[in-house]
Design a protein around this ligand. Sequence first.
Ligand SMILES: Cc1cc2nc3c(=O)[nH]c(=O)nc-3n(C[C@H](O)[C@H](O)[C@H](O)COP(=O)(O)OP(=O)(O)OC[C@H]3O[C@@H](n4cnc5c(N)ncnc54)[C@H](O)[C@@H]3O)c2cc1C
Length: 442
Amino acid sequence: MKRTTDLALPHIIVIGGGFGGLTFCRKFPDGLARITLIDRQNHHLFQPLLYQVATAGLSAVDIAQPIRAILADKPNFQSLMADVCGVDLQNRRLQLCGGLATHEIHDELTYDYLVLAVGGVTSYFGNDDWAKLAPGLKSLDDALKIRRQILLAFERAEIETDEAKRKELMTIVVVGGGPTGVELAGTFSELSRTVLVRDFDRIDPRAARVILIEGTRRVLATFPPDLSESAERQLKKLGVETRAGARVQAIRPGEVELSDGEVIRAANIIWSAGVAASPLTRKLGVEVDRAGRVKVEPDLSLPGFPNVFAIGDMVTLTDKNGVVVPGVSPAAMQMGKHAAKIIAHEIKEQIRPGGVAREAFAYRDKGSMATIGRSKAVAQIGRLHFSGYPAWLAWLFVHLVFLVGFRSKLSVFLQWTYSYLTYRRGARIITGAHGAPPANSA
Ligand SMILES: Cc1cc2nc3c(=O)[nH]c(=O)nc-3n(C[C@H](O)[C@H](O)[C@H](O)COP(=O)(O)OP(=O)(O)OC[C@H]3O[C@@H](n4cnc5c(N)ncnc54)[C@H](O)[C@@H]3O)c2cc1C
């Protein structure tokens, strides 16, 4: 049913319905302003579980929810699916890409406050031609593409008669040993050894090689060294070969060349080595760092524009306690909440944007965790370090609690229980494969 909107209220436009933008909308008190949320996707995506879709553990619908459904009950709220190409900060107007918007909608896109929450993109550190050979994991489309590629490679291996080619099809290289790379490598190895092993007759999926390449000296470099060592041991138990301290020199169809000269033949190469801010940040005309992240004021506003806030992965900030705010979902959510509090206060008290001193943002670190496979994970909560089963249980709990929507929580819980008890993963259907070669085949 159509929602009524009080056009007399101040207008807040939020660009991006990810962790930061969605939290802003949820936390902003009803009745003070009308909010327009613009996202190029129609859904909010729970990115921490993307690797589960890529590795056939969960279906796409389990980790995404339509934005309209999540905020269906919010008054004075509208959601638009559109791609924002630019922002005219001086004149407070947005430019939409691709002719998606009519003139009438353009006229609506002026704001009193703007909240930018456009997140990041996969970065190939200037080697953009690697993108088609080594897909990254950032969206549902990426996850489904990776899943299709890996499952298709095993199907092709089953009918391949040439031994060298078969080995190549059954080799998966994951570039980047951060949490996502570790999760992917561990789960691919587990997938081939415990799940696919029952599916095939002519090949032995246990012979699949999963190689994790990390440029720094240890995997999970942002975690304490003892947890990195534990992660490496747990990966080894799962059969993953790790190459820490090895940099990728080149990626060519069907192979990866490392800085020490080693060439690994692999039909499946996945990139999880870098992120950069959304390209939109470079069009704002404000200062950005090398990764394109916007340098914000301590209150999260853009320098010179007290009515514009930037939050989440698109931002670089050292907070008021001297902590470099990491690009993780809790930071984006805390920033969303902080911006909502400031804007709500100013509107309520009828203060012009930035008319009173604002509170500086402070990041509260509630810990970090990375899962590696069934009953395998590492976690750091304050000074406590956990590994193995307890860390894995904590990981399961946290990810279920923060997953948006009751239906998703229930569905994911049931699928995880099923996978745990049966060693099976339900989402192994290949779609869209007709005539498609594995993306990286020679
Ligand atoms: C594979 C993966 C695993 C991760 N695992 C974890 C984890 O385990 N724990 C953790 O804390 N963090 C994890 N993260 C990081 C976490 O997801 C991010 O820190 C978080 O999503 C940042 O929130 P955000 O709101 O800044 O951006 P996002 O959540 O990325 O949201 C940005 C939104 O903006 C939209 N958008 C972008 N550009 C435009 C445009 N021009 N016009 C309109 N809309 C636009 C996008 O469609 C998107 O919906 C992971 C990230 C990835 C990719």
